[in-house]
Ligand binder design. Sequence first.
Ligand SMILES: [Fe+2]
Ligand SMILES: [Fe+2]
Length: 478
Amino acid sequence: MAFEGLKKKGIRLSLDAEEFIAKNSLPEEEIIALEKHFVNLEDVQEIVSRKREEKNKPEAEAPAPSSPRPLASEYEPELRVREDSDVTGKSRTEGGVEDFVSYFRNRYESLSALLKTYSGKYPEADLEGIAKLAGQKARIVVMVTEFRETKKGNMLLQVEDLTGQFKVVVSRRDEKVFEKAMNLVKDDVILIYGKIAPAFMIAEDLEWPDMRVGREKKDAERDLAAVYLSDLHFGSKEFLGEYFNRFLDWINLKGSGQELAGKVKYVFVAGDLVDGIGIYPNQEKDLEEPDVFKQYALFADFVEELPDYIKVVVSPGNHDAVRRAEPMPALSKEILGCDVTSVGSPSMFCAENQEHLIYHGTSADSWISSLPHLSYDHPEKVMVECLRRRHLSPSFGGNAVVPEKLDYMVIKREPDIVHFGHVHKNGYSNYRGSLIINSGTFQDITDFQKKQGHIPTPAKVPIYEFMGKKLRTLDFTR
Ligand SMILES: [Fe+2]
Ligand SMILES: [Fe+2]
């Protein structure tokens, strides 16, 4: 008989409650649990709605697994700025004749010291009185002040050292040395081997100071990484904010590639942080933000958005708010308005046992107009020419250089990593043990570049893992 259990307990049901219980197959125990003598429809309906609520109640959220702390946050930065490589606070030139003499003398002495370490093939001769050595073979360390092709198609060099001047002939028939001579630029300091005739030397070979092959290098001891940036051009209408935000998300460990992003301990910026103002005629029409201080505030916002364990090093470029002529002093704290290490351009610093040379690369313009095999498509080739010369901007007057008492454009230390920007095109190479990085841009193609037929490579960010010695480029356009 129906509801026997309830009747035994003395529980009575209303007629509609009976129907509801039967229809919903409610077990008797649940009615008994109400502890009521008379159970009506409302009571049983409540049982059903309570059960439904419990069923729909979301399960208690499991505590999110605590994401592991990024590796880079476990370490303090290891950064030593090579103060002697940086003009900041040391500019004393007044641009007088004495300054020029001192500048060129310092360049000659620095580079000739490197060249004098070359093997002693032939005795070394000074240019003073060299004509007296006619008929003999000698080597000379000289600055090339002029060069031109002769009527016979040979190359005639006008050279000088600290003692005098002389002429050197490079014969077209001697293909190997002629090809090298074709690669000379004005004011190069080189070593020449040759035979002395009374009025000139006939070159047998020539060498630039160059990088030593097989030099000893230190390995990184921590599995950290650096991001190489340049040419952000904050304030420009062409600034690629969407791609830049993707980069910011990545470095803040949002999305894929978190393991690599978590290794990033350093961000190095090789100049053109902002677009500036008055850098070229009618620049105002290309600016989203015409106030240069507000442009730097945008840069400061970017630094603020980086994880706080990342060390940022910035060096200026030709769009930044420092003197245009090189060497450029560091941007001031007041202009930057954020907590970064600010160095000059060029400058050297050591991070994770790797000697870095950071330079905006403004001299690329004069390099490219001087040597036919160079172009804006391959900035890494320009960088190789700099390393070969151990000089960042040899041709005086090619681009604006201030004649400081010391020539800061000389590459005194052999860098493990060379970082340039300026041409807005990524480029990489390895030259005699130095990793070469041109870090591209976050600015879209400008009208000027369109006219020049120059195609930049925006939003492609090089990242280098120090321990694994692995360089890769992350593309934030996708
Ligand atoms: Fe730039
Ligand atoms: Fe630039």
